[in-house]
Design a protein around this ligand. Structure first.
Ligand code: FES
Length: 121
């Protein structure tokens, strides 16, 4: 485990989502009403950049196939439901899942010390 400084509170205003590189890892950071949540910018379905998706509160939706995750816990809340925003029938969903089972997304802890923010890799 390694703690890396990612900036200050001013760099991450509440209600904003930012994608940053922390060492070799791309991370999506969400400053929610309840604190910071961070996930790897890599959807566990096919590895596409989930940070391009929509974020509402703690919920992030992959823009590629609609999988949904809680950004604070990493929990998968829905798995492969659409293609580029269009809902899919179940047989197409199964095909697009490509044998992959619902999987949580990698989360990271963000801690605050004074005005500084750190992410634990
Ligand atoms: S790449 Fe995210 S749901 Fe397929």
């Amino acid at each position: 485990m390694k703690k890396v400084k990612i900036g200050t509170l001013n760099d991450f205003p509440q209600g904003k989502v930012r994608i940053i590189r922390v060492e070799s890892v791309m991370v999506v950071i969400n400053h929610t009403e309840n604190g910071f949540c961070a996930v790897e910018n890599r959807c566990p379905h096919l590895g596409f950049p989930i940070g391009l998706g929509q974020v509402e509160g703690n919920l992030i939706t992959c823009p590629f196939h609609g999988s949904k995750f809680d950004m604070c816990t990493g929990e998968n809340l829905d798995w492969v439901t659409s293609l580029a925003g269009a809902k899919l029938p179940s047989w197409t969903r199964r095909m697009l899942m490509m044998g992959k089972q619902p999987t949580p997304i990698q989360t990271f802890e963000v801690t605050q010390e004074g005005d500084s923010l750190y992410l634990t890799l």
